[in-house]
Every structure is written in structure tokens, then in C-alpha cells.
Write a protein that binds this ligand. Sequence first.
Ligand code: C5P
Length: 304
Amino acid sequence: MNLRADTETRVRLRTNAKLNLLLSVAGRRPDGYHELESIFHGIGLGDDIYIELTSSGRVEVDMRMDAGLTGEIPASEENLASKVAESLLEHGAINPGVKIDILKRIPLASGLGGGSGNAAGVLLALKELWEMELDQSLILKIAGSIGSDVPYCIGGGTALATKRGEELTALPAPESMWFVLGISNEPLYTKDVYDRWDDLGQEGDAKSAPMTLALGVSDVDEVAALLHNDLEVAAFSLRPELRAKKELLLDAGALGAAMTGSGPTVYGIARDEEHALSVAKAVEADFDRVVTVSSSARCVELLD
Ligand code: C5P
């Protein structure tokens, strides 16, 4: 995707969250990462990013939380944007100075890919503002060096991801599905969840073909029945209350439910907006935050 900066000195973006409709861990790799088979789906819950060229000679990143989000901004989250800038400087960018302001609506370390989306947005925007000639394969390579989910966020939508998560195939899917997100304020860190997966000696068992077919024919009931995340066993072992919280979404009438990414967010899938609102109402008191949201075809969007 190419972003067109409205002037040559600043750009405003929204970077949307993702859910994993399926996440299967195929095994541990010698480099410590895990081979995956995963289906990502973009949703319309987004952070806003404002990037402006300055004359400071520095990369300045400032992040703040939208009302309702709690906790401190960890330095590592701001670092992700700085890391993108540093990587582009290594690829020949010249930086007169840049200021990056991020307004977070996607909870941190929640399995919703907020930080990865921010990194993808900053990468695409700085490429334009710094007038760099980078072909798509180099953009994806830089994205992959920042984080496993960042290459997906360059495009967004619905995609099958394999290898570490960086090998992507776009998938046909219903234009809009409705989801209820059950958010817990206490973060879960991806590395801890994968480490627990290893400690438990688990083996993955899901395959993506049935889900790919269900998405392709827009059979939402079948999609709901096939939701699966191998990492649930590891995350639920670290945070036992999450198992019951997922069940609450099903008890409230969700067509299916799963954890996204390495958690702790669990979500339910609904027939339509009205159904999503009724599920959300029923589980409102059971989570720190409940959000109803529909699909989004892009992770990185240009704001006017
Ligand atoms: O790539 P990213 O920085 O998002 O990964 C965070 C951590 O999650 C890694 O350090 C690794 O422990 C784990 N991970 C993994 N296999 C993947 C993706 C992430 O083991 N495919």
C-alpha cells in the first residue's frame, strides 16, 4: 500500500487492530520463534498517528492513551516507532527531524496487534515523507524485522500467515462480520505465552483449509464453529480466569468464541450489529472493557 502525504511535511493515519480467527502453532524453530499457520482478520478499532517533519534532527515519539485505557505506556511501545525510523535510516533515509504522536485506542499487549499496526503505519508514512524508493519486498522485509505481525499490518484485511507469521496470502472473506471483544486491562506478553507453550510440550492441531473455505463462501456460522487458537492452552494456564471468560461470551449467545493472538483479549463472533450489542450487554460486567466492532479491510488508513 502506498500512502500519499497530503503535504510533504505531515501525515495523519489510523492503524486498525486485528483478530486471529485461527492460530495454529506448527512447532519451535532453531531461532526460538515458532512456525505458525494463522488467519488474521482486520477490525475497525484503531489508533491515530500524526507524523510531522521537524528540523530537530531527532526522532521524537509521544504516545498517549485514549479515555478508558489504563496503565503506563511501556517504553518498548514507543520504541517500536523509533525502531522503524532507525531501520529506515539504515536503509539510506535522511532525517531532518520527525515528531510522531500516537493516540492509543487499542489496548497494549492485548493480542489485538496495536503496536504492530502502529509500526506498519509509521513505516509507510516515513517512506513517503522521507521520499524513499523502497519496493514492496523490502518494505515487507523491514516490517518483519520489527515484529512478526508487522508484515500483515502493511496490508491488513483477511490473510493466511505462515512461517513466523510473515509469509502472507490474502484470503477472500465476508466484507463485514461483527465481533464482541472482551478486554482485560492486565497485559499478557507474547514471549511469556510462547514460553509457556514450550513448557507445556504442546503440539498444534488446527489446519487452515476448512476456515479458508468457510470465509470464502461467507458462511459466518461455520467460521464461528471453526474459531481456534492453539495458544489458548498456554495463556489460560498463565491466566486461568480467561477460560471462563471465553465461555461467558458463548453463554451470552455468541456464535463462536476464541482468544486473539497471545491474549488476553477473548472475542465472540455475532450474526450482526444488533446481536453483537446484545452479547456485549450480557458480558459487560465480566470484563474490564467490552467493545463491539466490525471488519476492516485495511490496517493502515490515511485520515483527512
Ligand atoms: O516478533 P515479535 O517481536 O512480535 O515476537 C515477540 C515474541 O513472541 C518473540 O520473542 C517470541 O518469543 C514469540 N514469537 C514466537 N513465534 C512467532 C512469533 C512470536 O515464538 N511466530
